[in-house]
Ligand binder design. Sequence first.
Ligand SMILES: C[S@@+](CC[C@H](N)C(=O)[O-])C[C@H]1O[C@@H](n2cnc3c(N)ncnc32)[C@H](O)[C@@H]1O
Length: 182
Amino acid sequence: MYKKKINRFYSQIDLPFQETKQVYLEDIFKTLEREFNLRKNSKQFFLDLGSGTGQVIIYSAINYEIRSIGIEIDPILIKEAKKSIRLLKENNISKRKALHKITLLLGDFYSHNLKNYDFIYIYSLPTMQKYLKHVFQTAKSRAIVISHMYQLKGLTEYLEFRFKLDHNKEIQEVSTFFYRKI
Ligand SMILES: C[S@@+](CC[C@H](N)C(=O)[O-])C[C@H]1O[C@@H](n2cnc3c(N)ncnc32)[C@H](O)[C@@H]1O
């Protein structure tokens, strides 16, 4: 128990919570549809590595009605995500079925196997990416990895760079990078 707390503490220093802005999500998902064969109502699986308050997987479930899974190390953020999903279910009956496609996992993405996922989303920091090699190694061939904000460096053994999306919504330059698992 104590060891788990220490790990969570360090992990959240390595990668603190910061949301992907809603304005970028639409661009990202449109790009997935246009360039990477994301299909509404399909049997595709979408994962957010470090899902925070769940807004990325809520977006994918509501707009694409695909299985949307989030793994998050912070139980408080998992609680917040569950609360948002519950409120959406209560207030938006038409989307209830889609929201049932969301699964939240409390856990450590450094020990999560990626073999089941078609789309793997991450909003990480360059400083911690080198520790992710063994994680991306487990992804299935041709899975699409989406890295918001920062390029994934030092992973060329496993990931082939495919596309850079420049959001151009603000003065600050913001991009999202798309890779294919080799
Ligand atoms: C930059 S935030 C991104 C949140 C969300 N994906 C989004 O884009 O809105 C990164 C998240 O990763 C979580 N995190 C950090 N280390 C983790 C680990 N080892 N396993 C699972 N989640 C982790 C943090 O708690 C934080 O919520």
